[in-house]
Design a protein around this ligand. Structure first.
Ligand SMILES: Cc1cc2nc3c(=O)[nH]c(=O)nc-3n(C[C@H](O)[C@H](O)[C@H](O)COP(=O)(O)OP(=O)(O)OC[C@H]3O[C@@H](n4cnc5c(N)ncnc54)[C@H](O)[C@@H]3O)c2cc1C
Length: 621
C-alpha cells in the first residue's frame, strides 16, 4: 500500500535539517541513539502505519463499538493491531528502559506518532494508557507502581482519564463524584462520569481509571478535588486479578466520528462498593491530572496535524488523477483535452494552503516536543526554565490552533474531491468527521484561548512568552540579510512585533479594568498567535531551503534566476523540488495568510465589545 499518511521527506527535514534531532544524542540521556537508530525506528513506524494501522481506519469506522452485557467490544480489527503495536513497543516509547520502555527523545516519539495518529480512534487506547501510566510513574507510591505500572507499560492493562460529568464539563470544579474514606486508607467512589474515552473495551484484561472526585468534607471547586486510581478488576497482593470493581458501563455514545473509540458513561459505586486509592496528595487532584491533560493536549494537537496531513495527501493524489475541464489557456476550444484538476488555479490555491498549513503544523508539534527534550538535556537551570517556559506557552496554541487548522484542511480536502468527497465511498468525509472532536475535547478551543491569555502569557511576568519571541527574532535575524528572503523577513518580523504589542495591549487593558478586552478576544488572539508562530516556522524552513537550494544549484550549474533551468531542475531532482516547495509554501503563507494578523490587530484594538453588548434576547428578532 502506498504511503498517503505523511510526507516522509518533510518529516526528515523537520527532524534533521531544522531541529537537528541527532544533536540530542550528544547528551548522556540520549547517548545510546544515533541518526541510524532514528531512521530505523521511523522506517518501522512507516511500515507499521501503512501496512497495519491505516487499513483498519475505514473498517473500524464502519463496525464501531458495541456494549453487550456491560462489556464494551471494540472493532474486531483493533485486536490484532493492538497486540502488534504493544509487542513492537510503540506504546512504551516514552518510558525509561528500567520500566520496560525505550526512553526515546520526545521529538522521536512525536515523529513516530505522526505515522499512527491519523487513526485516532485506535490510538486513543494505547495513548490514554501511556498517559495514565505516566501519572502513576510520577505521582504513585512504590506500592502503586509495583501493582500497576509494569502491566500498563507493556500494554497488558490500559488506562483512561475520568474528569467529565453531566454538570461538570469545562467547569471541572463543579464535579459531584465523591470519595468516602475507609478505615484502611482506601476510598469508596460514587458518582457518574460521562464521555470517558476508552472507558471500557476488550483489548486488555484490566483498565485502571484515574478518577477525579471530592473527598467528603473537602471544599467546593477545584481546590477540593483529589484523584483516585479505580481499577476495573481489583488486583490481589500476588498481582492476580480479584473481584470486578463496583462500577457499570451504562452507555456508549453514538458519535459523529472516531467510531472505533469507545466513549463511555460510567456509573461508579451504585452498590457502595467501588474501591479507589488516592493518587498523590489529597486535594491535589487537579495538579496531578494536569500532567495528563497537558500530554493529552499535545496528543490532540497531533490529531490536528495527522488528520490534516492524511487529508492533504489524499486530496493531492486525487487532484493529480481527476480529469475535469480544460486548461484556462484552451477555454474557448470545446475539443481541448481534459486536464487533471491540479492544473486549475482554485485547486492549486487550496493545495498550497493545505501544504503550508500542514507543514507549519508539523513544525509546531515537533518544535513543542523538542522544547521538552531541550529542557531535559539542558546544561543549567536557566535553560531548563527557558525551554519548559516556551513549551508551556505553546501548549494551548498547539492544541487549539492545530486542531482547528487540521479540521480546515480536511474541509479543503473535501472541497477538492467535489461531490465524491461528500460521499462515504471516499475517505475524506471520515477524516473530517474524525477530526472535529479535536477542537472540542481536552478543553474546548475557546478554553485553550482563555488559558493562553489568562495564564500563559503572564506566567513568570511574561518571561516564557518573551523567550518564545526571542527565538522568533533570532531566526529572522539569521536569514534577513539574504536578499531573496528580505521581504518575507520584514513581514514576519512585523507580525512578531504585532504579537508582542498585542500582549502588552492586553496587559494594559486588564490593568485599566477593561478585562473584557483580553477575555472577549482570547480566541482571535490565539489564532493570531498560531498564524505568527506558523509564519516563523515556515520562514525558518525557507531560510534552510534557500541555503540548500543555492548549494544544489551551484553544484549542478543551474542559474536560479532562469525559470526554465529551475523548472528542469525541479523535475529531475526531488530535493530541488522539495526545497522550492518549501520556499513557495513560506511565501504563500506569509503573503496570503499573515496579513490576517493585521486584521486581527485592527479588530481587537477597536475595543469593540459587541459580543457582550448585544442582549441575549437580541440574538433572534
Ligand atoms: C468523543 C469525546 C471524548 C471525550 N473523552 C473524554 C475523556 O476521556 N475524559 C473526560 O473526562 N472527558 C472526555 N470528554 C469530555 C470533553 O472533554 C468535554 O466534552 C469538553 O471538555 C467540554 O465539556 P462539555 O461537553 O460539558 O461542554 P461545556 O462545558 O458545556 O461547554 C460548551 C461550550 O461552552 C464553552 N464554555 C464553557 N464554559 C465556558 C467559559 N467559562 N468561558 C467560555 N466558554 C465556555 C465551551 O468552550 C464550549 O464551547 C470527551 C468528549 C467527547 C465528545
Amino acid at each position: 500500500m502506498a504511503n498517503v499518511i505523511l510526507d516522509e521527506r518533510d518529516q526528515k527535514f523537520v527532524l534533521y535539517e531544522m531541529l537537528g534531532l541527532e544533536k540530542l544524542c550528544e547528551h548522556q540521556r540520549y547517548a545510546e541513539f544515533s541518526r541510524e537508530t532514528f531512521d530505523m525506528i521511523l522506517a518501522e513506524a512507516q511500515k507499521f502505519a501503512v501496512e497495519e494501522i491505516l487499513p483498519t481506519l475505514k473498517e473500524a469506522d464502519k463496525e464501531g463499538c458495541r456494549l453487550e452485557k456491560g462489556q464494551v467490544h471494540v472493532p474486531t480489527c483493533f485486536h490484532r493491531i493492538y497486540k502488534l503495536f504493544c509487542e513492537a513497543g510503540w506504546n512504551a516509547m516514552g518510558f525509561p528502559p528500567e520500566l520496560g520502555g525505550q526512553g526515546l527523545p520526545h521529538l522521536m516519539r512525536v515523529a513516530a506518532n505522526d505515522w499512527f495518529l491519523h487513526n485516532f480512534a485506535f490510538m486513543a487506547y494505547p495513548g490514554l494508557s501511556a498517559g495514565a501510566a505516566h501519572l502513576i510513574e510520577v505521582y504513585g507510591t512504590q506500592a502503586q507502581k509495583a501493582t500497576y505500572l509494569g502491566k500498563m507499560v507493556t500494554g497488558e492493562w490500559a488506562g483512561t482519564m475520568c474528569l467529565t460529568e453531566p454538570g461538570a464539563g469545562t467547569d471541572v470544579g463543579s464535579l459531584m463524584t465523591k470519595a468516602v474514606r475507609q478505615s484502611d486508607g482506601t476510598f469508596r467512589i460514587q458518582g457518574t462520569k460521562i464521555f470517558i474515552t476508552s472507558g471500557d473495551h476488550d483489548l486488555t484484561e484490566n483498565i485502571i481509571h484515574p478518577v477525579l472526585a471530592r473527598i467528603e468534607g473537602d471544599p467546593a471547586g477545584t481546590k477540593g478535588i483529589s484523584i483516585f486510581l479505580v481499577p476495573k478488576f481489583l488486583v490481589n497482593v500476588d498481582g492476580s486479578l480479584g473481584r470486578r470493581n463496583d462500577f457499570e458501563i451504562a452507555n456508549i455514545e453514538e458519535k459523529m466520528g472516531i467510531h472505533g473509540s469507545s466513549t463511555c458513561l460510567i456509573n461508579f459505586g451504585d452498590n457502595g462498593e467501588c474501591y479507589g486509592e488516592l493518587l498523590g496528595e489529597e486535594r491535589e487532584g487537579m495538579k496531578v491530572m494536569f500532567q495528563m491533560m497537558n500530554e493529552a493536549r499535545i496528543g490532540v494537537g497531533m490529531q490536528g496535524l495527522t488528520s490534516g496531513s492524511i487529508a492533504y495527501l489524499h486530496a493531492l493524489q486525487y487532484a493529480k488523477e481527476r480529469l475535469q475541464g480544460a486548461s484556462l489557456m484552451n477555454f474557448a476550444n470545446p475539443d481541448a483535452p481534459r486536464v487533471p484538476i491540479i492544473q486549475h488555479a482554485d485547486i492549486r490555491r487550496m493545495l498550497l494552503w493545505m501544504k503550508a498549513h500542514v507543514e507549519a503544523m508539523r513544525a509546531f508539534m515537533y518544535f513543542a516536543s523538542y522544547c521538552g527534550d531541550r529542557a531535559v538535556t539542558a546544561a543549567d537551570e536557566a535553560e531548563v526554565e527557558k525551554w519548559t517556559g516556551i513549551f508551556e506557552v505553546l501548549t494551548p496554541v498547539c492544541k487549539a490552533y492545530c486542531s482547528d487548522v487540521g479540521f480546515m484542511v480536511t474541509n479543503n480536502a473535501m472541497q477538492i474531491y467535489g461531490g465524491y468527497g461528500y460521499c462515504a465511498e471516499y475517505p475524506v468525509e471520515q477524516f473530517m468527521r474524525d477530526e472535529k472532536i479535536a477542537c472540542i475535547y481536552e478543553g474546548a478551543n475557546g478554553i485553550q484561548a482563555l488559558d493562553l491569555v489568562g495564564r500563559k502569557l503572564g506566567m513568570k511576568k511574561g518571561a516564557n512568552f518573551m523567550a518564545l519571541l526571542g527565538e522568533m527574532n533570532a531566526t529572522i535575524a539569521r536569514y534577513q540579510d539574504d536578499p531573496t528572503l528580505a521581504d518575507l523577513a520584514g513581514d514576519t518580523q512585523a507580525a512578531v512585533n504585532a504579537l508582542a504589542d498585542m500582549a502588552v495591549f492586553f496587559a494594559r487593558s486588564a490593568k485599566a479594568g477593561k478585562f473584557m478586552i483580553p477575555v472577549g478576544n482570547a480566541y482571535p488572539f490565539l489564532t493570531m498567535m498560531g498564524r505568527v508562530v506558523s509564519a516563523w516556522f515556515l520562514f525558518w524552513q525557507a531560510g534552510i531551503a534557500q541555503e540548500k537550494l543555492s548549494a544544489l544549484c551551484a553544484h549542478r550549474g543551474v542559474d536560479r534566476a532562469d525559470a526554465a533551468q529551475m523548472g528542469a531542475l525541479n523535475k529531475s531532482d526531488r530535493d530541488a523540488a522539495y526545497y522550492s516547495g518549501k520556499l513557495a509554501a513560506a511565501r504563500y503563507f506569509i503573503k496570503h495568510e499573515l496579513p490576517m494578523v493585521d486584521a486581527a490587530v485592527k479588530a481587537i484594538k477597536s475595543e469593540d465589545l459587541s459580543i457582550m453588548d448585544i442582549a441575549d434576547e437580541s440574538f433572534v428578532a
